[in-house]
Design a protein around this ligand. Sequence first.
Ligand code: FAD
Length: 362
Amino acid sequence: MEPSVTVVGGGYGGVAVAKALDPVADVVLVEPRDTFVHTVATLRALVDPQWTDQIFLPYRRLLTRGRVVRDTATSVDETGVTLASGARLTPDFVVLATGSGYPFPAKMDAPDSSGATARIRETHAALAPAERVLLLGAGPVGLELAGEIRAAWPEKSITIVDPAPDILSGQFSGELRAELRRQLDEFGIQLLLGTSLREQPPVEFAVAKTFTVLAGDGSELTADIWFRCYGVVPATGYLSGALAAARRPDGHVEVTGQLRLPGQHNVFAIGDLTALPEAKMARAAAQHAAVVAANITALANGGELISYTPPPPGISLPLGPAGGASYSEDRGFLGPEGTAEAKGRHLRLDAYRELLGLTGNS
Ligand SMILES: Cc1cc2nc3c(=O)[nH]c(=O)nc-3n(C[C@H](O)[C@H](O)[C@H](O)COP(=O)(O)OP(=O)(O)OC[C@H]3O[C@@H](n4cnc5c(N)ncnc54)[C@H](O)[C@@H]3O)c2cc1C
């Protein structure tokens, strides 16, 4: 008898583990959205209408034997998964892969692809005429959004504000940060670091409305639109029963080296929701998925379990299709040309289309 597996969440980690287990297990993937969202390209989708539709990839070809159920897990405990529809699943194994939320446009706030596409188009129309853009947050999302806006609209004034003394966090090399700062300077993007606004902008983010706020030094900042480029929230509020103990106050979930919840034999967690000490990345979610697929196969067939070790920090950060910088242990440092080739021009869309079985015109 093959094991039954419920994967909760069809993002980068969920689709990878569901697909890996499809040949050897009875897989059900639970996901509230009608399509996979290629989050890596959402910021390009905002500035370049040719990309807008392309980030939504249907699930219909992902699994050959298993099925994708459009529903939401409202409660998951050590005995099973309860869905918003009222259905109750009691599989042999559960993989939690519900990821995290992030303010639009980095992640979608509409529940389906047609609503999300409309929201992107509406925000594009709001952003296009804006002369001054304010971005709060100089992490990867703030920098990448600044680069995308600059590539699409060379004449706009773009200002990034962050209370931290430097761009990105401390885990990346000085060389990478210096190169990104050099390019931001070349692009005329203003960085206000080590300071916060004295108050939040008086208008909603991603909405066209001119406003003035005071920077930390009391100077006035006027913008026509702003975006919130911080605020990741792990999606783990559904954990209940014995599983709730694994949830940290910040929402991340503790996992063992084998990516099980502590004390649990058959409940695994992968991707952004894990409390692992590493940057939250699609690439990491896929590596977690491979470890969990191997471990569920081993538990079902009596083999050895394997452990996950977080890799050294690495990042590929495009600033528009032609700019940016990258660092990884295997490839070392890459400047704008290398970053554009490795990621910036195509944003790995084809690799994810292939994962979802969408080759050619399918
Ligand atoms: C703008 C941007 C650019 C990025 N670029 C890169 C990059 O270039 N490279 C990289 O490696 N990483 C990148 N990342 C990070 C990457 O997107 C995340 O690390 C990745 O999405 C994590 O995958 P995940 O499967 O854990 O979760 P997610 O991709 O967040 O997917 C979680 C899924 O679970 C579903 N879900 C949520 N709650 C429930 C529930 N209760 N029941 C059922 N389903 C649920 C959601 O609808 C979603 O589909 C980027 C992030 C952003 C915001």
